[in-house]
Design a protein around this ligand. Structure first.
Ligand code: CA
Length: 226
């Protein structure tokens, strides 16, 4: 999951980045409305975490710009946005929700609650009410990060899970090798000696050959019907 964090407090921003990386996220940081807008125009994000008090204005200005002017090409006007507010900023929170924010978290936030709200927002954005992704007889529980095949639990490494989830969430879209490699490099544990091919090979061995397909020279995908 590629996340844009728009937050001017360096400590909070770095803390969020470290936390999100542990959950397999690829994180970009922006410290102002303008930097956030530039980032959104440069590449697609799966989710935006948006602070409201930014040095060049109210974060909701960035939200409005995204909802009004996103569209064809980048940025996607429907990119899920989760706002971050102080606990007593009830009016600002309501206003941001009415402007098109998908949810909010109050600072100081609990990192597990933040992760759960991010999952919920992404699920809704993908049109799914259920926290389960099913690919043939493979079932992925996004919240608990558990995977089953034909009802039997399957042990996946954290990196294998990240690759599988990234592909499953956008099925049947193809993810390029660089996109998937960025996911693997996002881990704080340092670079992994295993290449993407090794992870895909192991996933196929554990889940069957039909779940992850190769588009030669481009990348990998999960077919619509596996
Ligand atoms: Ca701030």
């Amino acid at each position: 999951m590629r996340v844009l964090v728009v937050e001017d407090d360096e400590g909070i921003a770095q803390g969020l980045r470290a936390h999100l990386r542990q959950h397999g996220g690829v994180v970009d940081l922006a410290g102002s409305i303008e930097a956030g807008w530039a980032a959104l125009q440069a590449e697609p994000f799966d989710l935006v975490l948006l602070d409201l008090g930014l040095p060049d204005g109210d974060g909701s200005e960035l939200l409005q710009r995204l909802r009004r002017h996103g569209g064809a090409g980048l940025p996607d006007a429907h990119t899920p946005v989760l706002i971050m507010t102080a606990r007593d900023q009830v009016a600002a929170r309501i206003a941001a929700l009415d402007m098109g924010a998908d949810d909010y978290v109050a600072k100081p936030f609990d990192s597990d609650e933040l992760a759960a709200r991010m999952r919920a927002v992404r699920r809704r954005a993908a049109g799914r009410a259920q926290p389960l992704l099913c690919i043939g007889d493979v079932e992925i529980d996004i919240a608990t990060r558990r995977v089953q095949r034909a009802g039997e639990p399957v042990e996946l490494s954290a990196r294998e899970f990240s690759v599988l989830l990234a592909l499953a969430e956008v099925r049947p879209r193809v993810l390029s090798r660089p996109q998937l490699e960025a996911l693997l490099y996002a881990w704080d544990g340092g670079p992994d000696s295993n290449t993407l091919e090794v992870h895909v090979h192991r996933l196929r061995r554990k889940l069957g050959d039909t779940v992850i397909r190769t588009l030669r020279g481009v990348g990998y995908f999960v077919p619509a019907e596996a």
